[in-house]
Each structure stands twice: as C-alpha cells, then as structure tokens.
Design a binder for this molecule. Sequence first.
Ligand SMILES: *[C@@H]1O[C@H](CO)[C@@H](O)[C@H](O)[C@H]1NC(C)=O
Ligand SMILES: *[C@@H]1O[C@H](CO)[C@@H](O)[C@H](O)[C@H]1NC(C)=O
Ligand SMILES: *[C@@H]1O[C@H](CO)[C@@H](O)[C@H](O)[C@H]1NC(C)=O
Length: 437
Amino acid sequence: MLFSTFLGACIVPSVLGASWIAPGAVWYDTDGKKIDAHGGGVVKRGDTFYWVGQAASNQTPQMYSSTDLINWKNLGQQASSVTGMWRPKIAKPNGSFWLFGQQDRYVLSLKSSTFTGGYGQSAKVHIPPNDYSYSDTGMFYDDSTQTWYLLTSADHNIVQINRINSDGTLGDRVSQLAAGAYEAPGIVKANGVYFLIVSGKTGWRANPNKVFWSDSISGSWKGGSDIAPQAENTYGSQNTFELTVAGSQKTTYIYMGDAWDSKGGADSNYVWVPMNVDSSAHTISLDYHSMWKVDVNTGVVSYPSTAKRYEAEHTNLVGSAVVRDCRDCVSKRSVHKVTDTSELTFHNVTGTGSLQWLSFHYKVNNPEAGEAYIIVNDGPAMNISSLNSRAGYHKSVPVQLTMNAGDSNTITFGSMGSDEFEVEVDGIELFEDDEDL
Ligand SMILES: *[C@@H]1O[C@H](CO)[C@@H](O)[C@H](O)[C@H]1NC(C)=O
Ligand SMILES: *[C@@H]1O[C@H](CO)[C@@H](O)[C@H](O)[C@H]1NC(C)=O
Ligand SMILES: *[C@@H]1O[C@H](CO)[C@@H](O)[C@H](O)[C@H]1NC(C)=O
C-alpha cells in the first residue's frame, strides 16, 4: 500500500439499472442499498419474483420483488417484531401465506392473510415425528402434487423432508437423508427426477456442496456427487434455494447460494449460477460465469459483450511491477509482481456517471495472503473483496462502481498483504449493456 490513508468506505451508488447477475458481487436494490436477504428463497407470482431472506442485522424476514431477477425493489421487513429467524422461506399451502424458518432450533411458522407484510407467529414446533430440533431451512413446491415440503437439517446429521399440511401445520416426514454431516438443503426437480442439494457443515466457510437424487420425494436418496470442482468450494458459497425458470424456449435451473462473510453478517453476498442438470446421469454441475442473466420469458441465458478493454501493460507502473508475457492473457502481456510496494494506474477509463459494471482481470498467488485494492479518481482505497467476494478466487471479478461521466477516470490498482503476496494484472473491461459507453 503506497498511500497512508485507507478508508475502506463504499462508493455510494447513484442512478440504478443493474443489467447482470454477478455471483459474489455486492448487489444493490432499486434504492441503491445493498440487498439484505440472506439464506432466502425466491417464488414467482404472476410476472413477479419475490425474494425473502433474513436481514443480517437481526434475522428478520425481508422481502424484495423483481420482474427480471436483476433489479430488486425492497418491500421491507415482513414481521418486524420477529427476530432471530434464520433462513426464512415463503410458502402458500392454503389460503394464507406462510414463512417458515428456524428460531432457537424450532420451526417457526409465520402466517399472513396478505402476500406482503403482516406476518405473525402461527406455531413454533420441533420436527415430527422424532421431535428433532434443527438448524437450516429449505423449501420445495412439487407442482405435480401441488404440495409444499419443508426441508430441514435436523439432529443426528439428518436432512429431513416434511410435508406442509394444507392448513400450514408441519406434517409427516416423507423421507430423510442420513448420509453424513449435511445442511442447507434445497430441491430441484427435472424430468421427474428430484435432486437434493446440500452443503457440508463447516460454519460460515464454504465447502463443496453435493447433490443426491431420487425418483420420488419419498426417497431413497442416492448419489452424493459434487456440484462444482472440489477446489472451488461451490464458488465460495453455500446452497440456500433452487429456482426453476420455465421459459418459452428453455427451462433454466438456478442455484442460489450465500457467500457468507466470516460471521454470516451484512458483508455476505449472493452466488447465483445456472445449473447443468443431467437427469439421466443424475448429476448437477454449476455453470459458473462471472456475469450472466436469464431472460425470464424465454429461459435463455446470456453473457455480456466487452465494450472496452484497458490493458495493464499500458498503464503507469510504480515500484516492482513489471510487464511480462502472459500466454492466457488477451493481449499476451500482463503486469507481474504487483506487491505492496507497487501500483499501476489506468487512465482515461470511460464512466457513465451512474452505477456501471467493471470487471478486473487479475490473478493472485495466494488469496489468503493479501488483497488487491483499487482507488477510483481521488476516492478512498477499497479492497476489491469489499465489492465482490470472488476477489482473488476467480480471474475475472466484476464490481459495480460509479465513475465520472466521460473518458477521464483513473483507476489505480495495488495490493496489500504478507511479503509473499503478489498479483498479476491482465486488464479491466467495461460492458456493452451500460448505456453511454
Ligand atoms: C484490506 O485488505 C488488507 C489486507 O488483507 C487488510 O489489512 C485491510 O484491513 C483491508 N481493509 C479493509 C477496509 O477491509
Ligand atoms: C385451509 O385451512 C383452513 C383453516 O385451517 C381449513 O379449514 C381448510 O380446510 C383448508 N383448505 C384446504 C383446501 O385444505
Ligand atoms: C487521455 O486522453 C487525453 C485526451 O484524449 C490524451 O491527451 C491523453 O494522452 C490520454 N492519456 C493517457 C494516459 O492515455
């Protein structure tokens, strides 16, 4: 770090209009506030998706709505007197609307006569038939039988599936998975096959999540294969919910995970990724892209095109940083040896004057040993990890920033960390979907 002041403050977003899903990036709602709905799930009513998760500060259920799965409007806390309710999931087993979640290791169910707001406690029970206490909550609606199921990680390392009765009470156990220490369950159904995704139990640290499968919700559950390469630790996330977007051209299955911070707090982000579901091989693999979106009408997934690229070897270098050949870089050259005594500065970067996506392309020698940071114009230094929790773990790290309108922005890139920490910088990209580029 070359400068002595490191404020770590956030750039306050101005005008909105996010156009991509970027796993791990800080996502802003339509008021410009960081989205706060952890351990949640998404349901669709009419043309609108509703996302309910726990607010980080007090674990009260908070709801957002969107028609494109990208721009989310905050509909507020749904039961402001209820706190300590983890992983809330919405369900509608009968005329009323329900939220199920864990509170004090009980299943807390909240009920409202309206979809949005007014949820109050209905019941607080342990899990039938064995009176187990539990931790994580998942929810699955089987449209072939119009039945809602509560998924729980219960005592004795049992992931249990209970029917939710039409009156909202917690019904029979229909099956269970007793294959190891698993939690964070979610189910997706494809071509008649039920896939149960679970994570290992490693606290807030990510682990390789697994998928089990069955021809019936009643089990038995078989398999236990990885949904991503083991070393990726599920791209730094833990499962919370699976969403199916059945479009006119394609059905897209979406993995929704939480990229938890070190304490499950407000710095946690979201990792949403399309899934390749193979119902004959009984496998699921996450189709990771650093930026993507799904057309909610057609179901088709697309990726952004690069509008402008700024190569690291064309920047002003300070300190030990050196330009070298790089076989897998776009320009075949990159800047190596960016350490805490060196910086590089990109000039003439085009800004829109409002929030826009910028992707930083760089590699680190050890993500645990330090952080890459950026300084935009004369602003404070910000660790890239405060803008995207994939920083250091993937070669392309998109973040949303507001720069000045026009071609006069400067971005300084540097690193901080232990003596051996080194960064190799390839370049910066801006994307087509941002107007005025
Ligand atoms: C940025 O990262 C460095 C190196 O890991 C760390 O010492 C510093 O506290 C971080 N700054 C903030 C604001 O998180
Ligand atoms: C819905 O719940 C009410 C009250 O618990 C119950 O009387 C009714 O039978 C339920 N309706 C259906 C369709 O299950
Ligand atoms: C930035 O753009 C200005 C105006 O086009 C140009 O004069 C200047 O040389 C550019 N600076 C760099 C570092 O490319």
